[in-house]
Design a protein around this ligand. Structure first.
Ligand code: HEC
Length: 108
């Protein structure tokens, strides 16, 4: 195989560019791992103490991006989530949003 052909094959096996721009749900699943401590396995209860947190599983992609960006830059004032947001890059936020919005909560 020529170099060009190898490159073409490699490009075809990577996710579509549009999907990249929207974030990678597989990456997001890993990055959202710490979130489940508060947002719970099913996405809306803190594990312990048992208090309500917003349900984020299945949440709309753009909403999650806006919310996390808001916490990060201080537009949303909640101190706990601000600390979470500050540790996230733009790519992290897109990946997490892609993952959360991919979850099907209809059965829960
Ligand atoms: C220490 C507990 C805790 C952790 C860890 C945590 N959250 Fe939260 N989260 C909260 C609470 C409490 C709120 C509600 C804040 C408010 O009222 O603004 C919230 C709100 C949110 C919202 C807004 C929901 C809405 O309906 O407006 C999103 C999105 C969110 N969290 C995502 C995440 C993600 C993603 C992570 C992991 C990177 C994470 N959270 C980690 C406690 C937590």
């Amino acid at each position: 195989m020529t170099r060009a052909l190898l490159l073409a094959v490699a490009l075809m096996s990577t996710p579509a560019l549009a999907e990249e721009a929207k974030g990678n749900p597989a990456e997001g699943r890993i990055k959202a791992y710490t979130c489940t401590g508060c947002h719970g396995v099913t996405g809306w209860r803190n594990a312990y103490p048992n208090y309500s947190v917003p349900r984020i599983a299945g949440q709309n992609y753009d909403y999650v991006v806006a919310a996390l960006t808001g916490y990060r830059n201080g537009d949303r004032a909640h101190p706990t989530m601000r600390a979470q947001g500050e540790s996230l890059s733009d790519a992290d936020i897109r990946d997490i949003a892609a993952y959360l919005s991919s979850l099907d909560t209809a059965a829960k």
